[in-house]
Design a protein around this ligand. Structure first.
Ligand SMILES: [Zn+2]
Length: 361
């Protein structure tokens, strides 16, 4: 079921099946029977869509700087919603989630029990009263090694990082999911307010996608290049990794699959070394399990960029392949829990007292 849904969504959003990567194969050399013909020539193979990422940004812009990681705290809270047109479009963008994808998805039972797939996920959390960072070094390392990843972006993070957000959108290596508007605790926040946390982040994504579409570089690249960027995120990650039935239903009602994790890097802890992060990933992955790893790319994943070279080559040598969450879901059956937790049920109960509503307002 998951595979069907994502295939359908991919077809709907892309409008076309993705072409194979790499250059078009050269035509075979003419054989002995080859002869000139006056018949109509077969149409030339379609050109590969333009590379939107490099059409719209210079290598220097894509590389960013180490300062991009800095976090600014105690700012005046931003309480401005996205524009109405985008909120309204987001509200009816996706059909309600199919039953096979409901619950809090922790990993994927792979159809092939010997398959070795891992989805790295990086959260881009930002509250109303801060400007979180962007881990340019991490993104650069993923790009350099061609490691696919899923970024769960807060709506307000998208607003304060439009260039980096559009770069992540335009990069075929990555996908963007939704990480709520201002990182609200969706176990305490309820009703319309909970729904708006989810909806407004969808809307902000649409605002940026539209802005990118209108840029001359994107217009010049043509509709097929832009069409490769999904019109909407289809994945959601609960801030603080907390939820309840009401907020699970709100996400599902908006068509979003709730993606938790089964491997925790612990990277928001400054004392957690790159070696410890890498060891947690290396020790946790298993054939057939379709692991989902949680880390951060908003300046709070203190040693995650450093950890990548300590586990990516080793796991690849063992036959593991890194994939986006959408690709992982298409490769098996999601394993979902009825509630959200860190490692075992109930282990995040203290977060309500610790973070409150969590929005920073
Ligand atoms: Zn977060």
């Amino acid at each position: 079921m998951a595979k069907q849904r994502f295939t359908v969504i991919a077809a709907l959003l892309l409008g076309t099946a993705p072409a194979a990567a790499g250059p078009d194969p050269a035509p075979p050399p003419p054989g002995p029977e080859a002869r000139p013909t006056l018949a109509v020539e077969p149409p030339a193979p379609a050109a590969a869509p333009a590379d939107l990422l490099h059409a719209c940004w210079t290598p220097g812009q894509l590389a960013g700087t180490p300062q991009d990681k800095a976090i600014k705290r105690r700012l005046k809270p931003d309480r401005t919603p996205p524009p109405d047109w985008a909120i309204q479009a987001a509200a009816s963008a996706l059909p309600p989630l199919e039953p096979g994808l409901r619950g809090s998805i922790r990993r994927v039972d792979l159809t092939d029990p010997q398959a070795r797939l891992v989805a790295l996920t990086f959260d881009l959390c930002e509250q109303a009263n801060e400007r979180a960072g962007y881990d340019a070094e991490l993104v650069k390392a993923l790009r350099a090694d061609g490691v696919p990843a899923t970024f769960f972006a807060g709506g307000k993070w998208l607003r304060t990082h439009p260039e980096q957000a559009m770069q992540l959108m335009a990069d075929p290596l990555f996908e963007l999911g939704n990480h709520a508007w201002t990182h609200g605790n969706l176990r305490l926040i309820q009703g319309d307010e909970a729904r708006n946390q989810i909806l407004w982040a969808q809307a902000e994504y649409m605002v940026l996608r539209q802005a990118l579409a209108e840029r001359p570089c994107a217009v010049a690249a043509g509709p097929e290049a832009l069409g490769r960027i999904p019109a909407w995120p289809t994945l959601f990650r609960f801030p603080y990794g907390v939820c309840n039935q009401g907020s699970l239903d709100a996400a599902a009602g908006l068509g979003l699959a709730a993606i938790q994790w089964d491997l925790v890097t612990g990277d928001p802890d400054k004392g957690r070394s790159a070696q410890a992060i890498a060891q947690a990933v290396r020790a946790g992955v298993k054939p057939g399990r379709g692991n989902i790893v949680v880390a951060h790319a908003n300046g709070r994943g203190w040693h995650s960029a450093e950890a990548l070279p300590l586990f990516v080559p080793q796991l690849r040598a063992q036959g593991y392949r890194f994939v986006t969450v959408t690709e992982l879901l298409a490769a098996g059956r999601p394993v979902a829990a009825e509630t959200c937790y860190e490692v075992r049920p109930g282990d995040n109960a203290r977060y309500d007292a610790l973070f409150g509503r969590g929005t920073g307002e």
